[in-house]
Design a protein around this ligand. Structure first.
Ligand SMILES: *Cc1c(COP(=O)(O)O)cnc(C)c1O
Length: 373
């Protein structure tokens, strides 16, 4: 057996904590409470797109955001009727048509995307539901904040768009230096003012992800986009008492005793130094074990930090474990695609015993079962 087991009580606890914290924000000028947009991208942060979303619905959430068309359509196919915002902008007509057909709120982040959506609206004689995206310094989707006149020119003449919201995304809100996030916020607000002055409807305004939601109550505006708070796995110090919600569980499949001087795993990176009792566990890279970050650092300071970490690890003993019957068992040798060998010498371990492995569910093969208990 292999499964990601999600504890409903812990998940519910996180949802309630987020709601309670959101309630501290005063209603806007129209008396509307702070809206929570639940981000369910990346297969529901790995917890299973459909069951994860359904659980959020069962606990009061009614507005969702995804990052891909595939995710949006999968939710509709599963019968989910709630509002769904596609966070990525696209100017590819067939894609926009599919989204519109499925009543997905699209993101418009460029003149081209706006024109395509407007054209579809004209053809179908309706207004296309959308949110405008402003790029306040992320360099991804969105109109560049400083091109105010261009945004006005691009949007103003279009009659078949129904702008229900306007948003931006922070690049470094989790970090302990706040200046850049404050700068992005100011760029966003200044841009909104220009849109309003030009009588462009901006709808609900939102910019906070989980980190900014916690750190910057003054930036909440009309809505917040919450992903990692629900999972309890935060890139930022967790001050809301959020709990991890899931554990990856499997079982010991084989046990044997290896003689002294015996190789374990690929590249012969480990040799037993004594007779060693081992258990074989069916987890590996394919089950998200020890997935390294991509090597995407290129600034000298980042490379230096990475190097210092590697240098420190040179003198550290190997610290990779799996947990069998509440006993920490070290992994021997390199991690395979589907298997690892762990040292159980002197421990009480039997075939079939439950194994708990610390992984990031985002990288877990989507074919592996997600169980909500
Ligand atoms: C992922 C994402 C979020 C949610 O971020 P968390 O830090 O997980 O809360 C919000 N907005 C956008 C545009 C995102 O891509």
């Amino acid at each position: 057996m292999k499964a990601l087991v999600i504890d409903k009580a812990d998940f519910r606890h996180n949802i309630e904590s987020v709601k309670k914290y959101a309630e501290k924000t005063l209603p806007d000028d129209n008396g509307n409470k702070l809206k929570i947009i639940a981000v369910v991208k990346a297969n529901g942060y790995g917890y299973g797109l459909v069951p994860y979303t359904q659980f959020l619905i069962d606990n009061g959430m009614d507005f969702f955001a995804v990052a891909t068309i595939e995710e949006a359509l999968k939710l509709r196919k599963a019968g989910i009727k709630e509002n769904i915002l596609m966070l990525s902008s696209t100017a590819i007509k067939e894609e926009v048509e599919r989204l519109v057909e499925n009543n997905i709120i699209i993101t418009v982040g460029s003149k081209e995307a706006a024109q395509v959506a407007n054209e579809i609206g004209k053809e179908q004689n309706k207004k296309i539901r959308c949110h405008l995206k402003i790029d306040t310094g992320f360099g991804r989707y969105g109109f560049i904040y400083s091109d105010r006149d261009k945004i006005v020119e691009a949007i103003k003449p279009l009659e078949n768009l129904k702008i229900e919201g306007t948003f931006t995304h922070f690049s470094i809100a989790f970090y302990n230096k706040d200046e850049y996030t404050k700068l992005q916020f100011k760029r966003f607000i200044d841009c909104i003012e220009v849109l309003k002055m030009n009588e462009i409807e901006t709808g609900m305004l939102h910019c906070c992800n989980s980190s900014a939601f916690i750190k910057f109550p003054e930036m909440h505006l009309n809505a917040v986009r919450i992903g990692s708070c629900f999972t309890g796995k935060m890139a930022f110090t967790n001050t809301l008492g959020l709990k991890p919600i899931g554990e990856f569980k499997t079982n010991v499949v084989e046990i044997k005793t290896l003689p002294k001087g015996f190789n374990v795993g690929y590249s012969n990176a480990y040799t037993t130094t004594k007779e060693t009792k081992v258990a074989i566990i069916p987890v590996g890279n394919m089950t998200a074990l020890n997935m390294d970050c991509a090597d995407d650092m290129f600034r000298f300071v980042d490379k230096l930090r990475d190097f210092m970490g590697a240098f420190k690890r040179l003198f550290k003993k190997r610290m990779l474990y799996v947990n069998v019957n509440n006993q920490k068992c070290p992994i021997l040798g390199r991690i395979g695609t589907y298997h690892v060998t762990v040292d159980i010498t002197g421990k009480n371990v039997n075939i079939g015993d439950e194994v708990i492995v610390d992984i990031n569910p985002k990288y877990l093969d989507s074919s592996i079962e997600r169980i909500y208990i």
